[in-house]
Write a protein that binds this ligand. Structure first.
Ligand SMILES: Cc1cc2nc3c(=O)[nH]c(=O)nc-3n(C[C@H](O)[C@H](O)[C@H](O)COP(=O)(O)OP(=O)(O)OC[C@H]3O[C@@H](n4cnc5c(N)ncnc54)[C@H](O)[C@@H]3O)c2cc1C
Length: 330
């Protein structure tokens, strides 16, 4: 086994996804401590080889790029095959992925194949006696678990989005690029990628938002989401929702925050008429500051909120919107 750290970078459309920068930052730190190199792997359709070069300026000493039509959309049999052969080739001490839909799907498959230890959704990573130590929130962030790999195989982890800083870009940095030959017969694939559909949405993306205003069952129907949208527009915030509001058909699924929705980590999360169920807090918990507006002073959300307003949203939201408007306009 080498002392190298391998990261699985990702692309979004025609750019390298931000998580790749976060992975490069922590990957480089661990590689330096291990005395190895940082190797970055990028898979995708046309344009991937060109995009992959950018990973060198993010700190990768070596970049492996796999470009093929078959890798355009995420097809787990094709991706796992390529990632697995890259892991065999690099034989890294540590392999990191993002806790994204791709990373979460690939990592356990690779860990199983290599008998590797795997810590999911980590917010801190360090080395102790050469072994990977991880800090990960569990039970919707109500407890923090510290784990240490004891494996002799690869130490693997996925990192929570936005938990690690972006790395500095160093233009003109030297590094090696190797283009991987992708030879996958259609018959080898257990499933075919059909299409991906982009959801049309206005304003800031929930995952990237610095401010989020979310509504729950307490709003009583779809109309009040318009009020949240007004407040959101004022704060340049994205609007989210609890699953109860989504299941009721008040708002579309892509707005759902939580275990089966999106994980957000804004600076400010305003939860309106949301009780704070564990499954919701899995998605909202990483927020730096939570403000809860709820009629029930005993609602669990208040235990996680920095500021709480016990009151009816019908009174609180218009008053809050007016106050923000006054403050922002003057
Ligand atoms: C496997 C699984 C996965 C799940 N995944 C998710 C997920 O991804 N995301 C998610 O959100 N949930 C998820 N859930 C559902 C979760 O358990 C809760 O049922 C859900 O989060 C509750 O949504 P809520 O807080 O909007 O509704 P409720 O729990 O009904 O809370 C409504 C709140 O509104 C308050 N309220 C009522 N009227 C007003 C008013 N006028 N003004 C202010 N406050 C008011 C009430 O006091 C109450 O606290 C999942 C559940 C399971 C089993």
């Amino acid at each position: 086994m080498s002392n190298d750290v391998l990261i699985l970078a990702e692309r979004v459309d025609d750019r390298i996804a931000l998580v790749s920068s976060e992975l490069c930052g922590i990957g480089k730190k661990l590689a330096n401590e291990k005395g190895g190199s940082l190797v970055a792997l990028l898979l995708g359709g046309p344009g991937t080889n060109d995009l992959a070069k950018g990973l060198i300026s993010l700190g990768a000493d070596k970049v492996l790029s796999a470009e093929a039509d078959i890798l355009t959309g995420y097809n787990n049999s094709a991706y796992v095959k390529v990632v697995d052969s890259a892991v065999n080739e690099v034989d890294p001490a540590i392999f990191l992925v993002g806790c994204t839909s791709v990373g979460r799907d690939i990592a356990p498959r690779i860990a199983f194949r290599h008998g590797a230890s795997y810590a999911n959704d980590c917010i801190e990573l360090s080395l102790e006696d050469g072994m990977l130590c991880a800090v990960r929130p569990v039970y919707a962030g109500n407890a923090i678990s510290h784990v240490r790999s004891k494996g002799t195989s690869i130490n693997m982890a996925s990192i929570r989005l936005k938990a690690f800083p972006l790395t500095d870009v160093e233009e003109g940095r030297a590094g090696e690029q190797v283009q991987i030959d992708v030879s996958i017969e259609a018959g080898e694939l257990k499933m075919n990628f059909i299409e991906s559909r982009q959801v049309e949405s206005e304003g800031v993306r929930l995952e990237d938002a610095e401010y989020v205003v979310s509504g729950g069952r307490g709003l009583g129907g779809p109309e009040p989401f318009q009020q949240l949208a007004e407040l959101g527009k004022l704060l340049k915030a994205a609007v989210g929702a609890s699953r109860a509001a989504v299941d009721a058909g008040w708002v579309p699924t892509h707005m759902q925050v939580g275990q089966t929705g999106k994980i957000v980590s804004p600076m400010l999360y305003i939860a309106v008429g949301i009780s704070g169920a564990m499954q919701h807090m899995v998605g909202a918990g990483p927020s730096k500051n939570i403000v809860a507006i709820n009629t029930d002073a005993e609602a669990p959300i208040f235990q996680r909120a920095r500021y709480g307003i016990v009151g009816d949203y019908k009174k609180v939201i218009p008053a809050l919107t007016k106050k923000f408007k006054d403050l922002l306009e003057n």
